[in-house]
Design a protein. Structure first.
Length: 265
């Protein structure tokens, strides 16, 4: 039976979609069958992050409305073996499906996939709550700034109220030099401020934007030496699968691709 991950934050622009897309791709590159679901209804951005924006005909809203079965709304990645995608609609549906339809859909998806990764909205809507109700674990994405830490704290508290037992923090765009200079919070301060256990720290890295503009996910650019964001997300993917890895293992500096043996790039 597969596991469902809920990637979230009540603050927009922190990198939820980027983390969702790359984490999904890395889990697939590790040999798992993975479905990435765009849960940000009406925004529809995750297809671009995955580099598969032209293949979407049906959406998760069509499945919930009974327009098509789940398999008709699933698009297979053209670049990552084992990775599949279910888009959100271009516009938010006027009629909100019953919660049971969400639960029924994800029960079916658990039987088909090893991991289902939901990219959430930043707003606590009925859709947000229904997607959250289908998930096992939550990852709160937090930018390296105090305002984002405050949002992460509020998100974590709300997730605990919803009944999540596993809530972890992913720090995004971390700038170690500014943390050492006291200009930005340290990792320890971000953990204390958010009151959420850490799952990983992703350094600020221009390659993540460059790769995303090219429609590439982590480990897909063909670089001999892995980029810092790829190494950090590799570590997070390993931790999701239960492997215990030191915080910045092979991240600073990143190493040759051969040092990341679980990835079949």
């Amino acid at each position: 039976m597969g596991r469902v991950l809920f990637i979230t934050s009540f603050k927009g622009g922190v990198g939820k979609t980027t983390v969702s897309a790359n984490l999904s791709a890395l889990l697939a590159r590790m040999g798992h069958k993975v479905l990435a679901v765009d849960g940000d209804m009406g925004m529809r951005c995750m297809d671009m992050a995955l580099g598969d924006e032209s293949g979407c005909v049906y959406s998760v809203a069509d499945v919930l409305a009974g327009v098509c079965p789940p398999e008709r709304a699933v698009v297979e990645s053209g670049s990552v073996k084992g990775l599949y995608f279910m888009a959100s609609p271009a516009q938010k549906p006027e009629i909100m499906p019953d919660r049971e339809k969400f639960l029924s859909l994800f029960r079916k998806l658990r039987e088909e996939y090893d991991y289902v990764v939901i990219d959430s909205s930043a707003e606590e809507t009925p859709y947000y709550l229904s997607f959250a109700a289908c998930a096992d674990d939550a990852v709160v994405v937090c930018m390296h700034q105090s305002i984002s830490v405050r949002a992460a704290e509020k998100t974590g508290l709300r997730l605990q109220e919803m009944g999540f037992r596993s809530v972890r923090l992913a720090v995004n765009c971390y700038r170690a030099s500014l943390a050492r200079a006291g200009e930005l919070p340290t990792v320890a301060q971000m953990i204390d401020g958010s009151a959420i256990r850490l799952i990983g720290v992703i350094p600020r890295d221009d390659n993540v934007v460059i790769d995303q503009e090219r429609g590439l996910t982590a480990f897909g650019a063909g670089r001999r030496r892995v980029s810092a964001y790829e190494a950090a997300l590799y570590n997070i993917a390993c931790r999701v699968t239960g492997e215990n890895i030191p915080l910045l293992y092979n991240v600073d500096p990143p190493k040759n691709k051969k040092r990341y043996p679980r990835v079949n790039a």
